[in-house]
Ligand binder design. Structure first.
Ligand code: TXA
Ligand code: MG
Length: 324
């Protein structure tokens, strides 16, 4: 089993030697490598089982380093970086020369963010360079929000797991493309659309989940082993009990408030009423229902505002058609 540690210097040493370090961020755990080491970056794709055309995010230690990694930082990009970093916002900009094409899946743009987690920031400071890191899960499956989840996903395929406790946001960063005249949200996440709009002063378009807009965003993603079906909020219990009667081992993500104690299902997870707590717990809930042996998960979508937009996006993708 891979060594789990809180030793920042050891983790920086592994990165310098071209190794892979799983690291905590405020959103989810990442599978990190030296962004400028093409061989190390290639190993990320091997370990994840991810096609090498899927671009990665470069994590840097502060907004003041942005110009070292990208070209043409527009005033809008600068504003968003200054306002939201460190934080769960990823900006897509034109690729700087330091960034190897391996890290961008061959694209001339690069995704960059400053994570808001003390351990990640200490690691970036100790290492000195940029760290490319996708979520530390196998391709297509549920992102890890604890060091235990990382172990369950990657086993000993990673050189070191840096343990920073459970992630506080729980869903991935919001990705905003700022290469064009008008910024656009490529993936809803930990920074809400409302917060972005308040800073920008104009409305932003959000892509529909069915549209595959960028590489690495196939319909089925963030998916547990169990099949996920989405139903209207008022019919969750009825649909779950029907499927259970048909012989499924049904897990329910049950929204509160709920007024019936004995639901006939295999496993019930009560979903927190607060979107923050729901986002923080979401991936853990999906893992728990898998671990309890469910083959079908019945859930409904939360209101698509604030963090609810990111939660709904992940649930839709978890329920999306799977590659056969
Ligand atoms: O919160 C997060 O963003 C986490 C933590 C570890 O930072 N990382 C994460 O990485 O979610 P990953 O690789 O699972 O998802 C990054 C996504 C890619 O799937 C791709 O859709 C998008 O970022 N992306 C990366 N570079 C891009 C680019 N140049 N243009 C458009 N999209 C890009
Ligand atoms: Mg991911």
């Amino acid at each position: 089993m891979t060594t789990r540690t809180t030793d920042i210097a050891a983790a920086a040493g592994v990165l310098r030697a071209g190794g892979l370090v799983a690291l905590p961020t405020e959103t989810v755990y990442g599978l990190g490598a030296d962004a400028e080491n093409a061989d190390a970056v290639n190993r990320i794709f091997e370990v994840k089982g991810r096609p090498s055309s899927h671009p990665l995010i470069v994590h840097i230690g502060g907004a003041e380093q942005l110009d070292d990694w990208v070209e043409e930082v527009s005033p809008t990009a600068r504003l968003l970086a200054e306002r939201f970093w460190p934080g769960p916002l990823t900006l897509v900009l034109r690729r700087g020369r330091r960034v190897p094409l391996e890290a961008t899946g061959g694209l001339e743009t690069v995704a960059v963010r400053v994570p808001d987690h003390p351990v990640a920031l200490e690691l970036l400071a100790a290492f000195g360079g940029g760290v490319t890191a996708p979520s530390a899960n196998r391709f297509g499956s549920v992102s890890p929000t604890t060091a235990d989840h990382v172990g369950a996903e990657l086993g000993d395929a990673v050189d070191l797991v840096l343990d920073g406790g459970p992630c506080q946001v729980g869903v991935e960063s919001t990705i905003v493309d700022v290469t064009g005249d008008v910024p656009s949200i490529l993936r809803p996440g930990g920074v809400t659309r409302e917060d972005l709009e308040a800073v920008l002063g104009f409305p932003l378009a959000v892509p529909s989940t069915s549209q595959v807009r960028v590489p690495g965003q196939h319909p089925s993603h963030y998916a547990p082993r169990a099949r996920v079906v989405l139903v209207e909020p008022g019919t969750v219990v009825a649909e779950a009990e029907r499927a259970q009667e048909e012989g499924h081992r049904v897990g329910i993500l049950l929204p509160r408030p709920f007024d019936g104690a004995d639901v006939k299902a295999h496993a019930v997870v009560e979903v927190p009423g607060s979107p923050d707590a729901y986002a923080r717990g979401l991936y853990g809930f999906l893992r728990e229902l898998d671990e309890r042996g469910c083959d079908l998960i019945v859930a409904s979508l939360p209101a698509e505002e604030g963090l609810g937009l990111a939660i709904a996006n992940r649930l839709r993708r978890a329920a999306g058609p799977r590659p056969s």
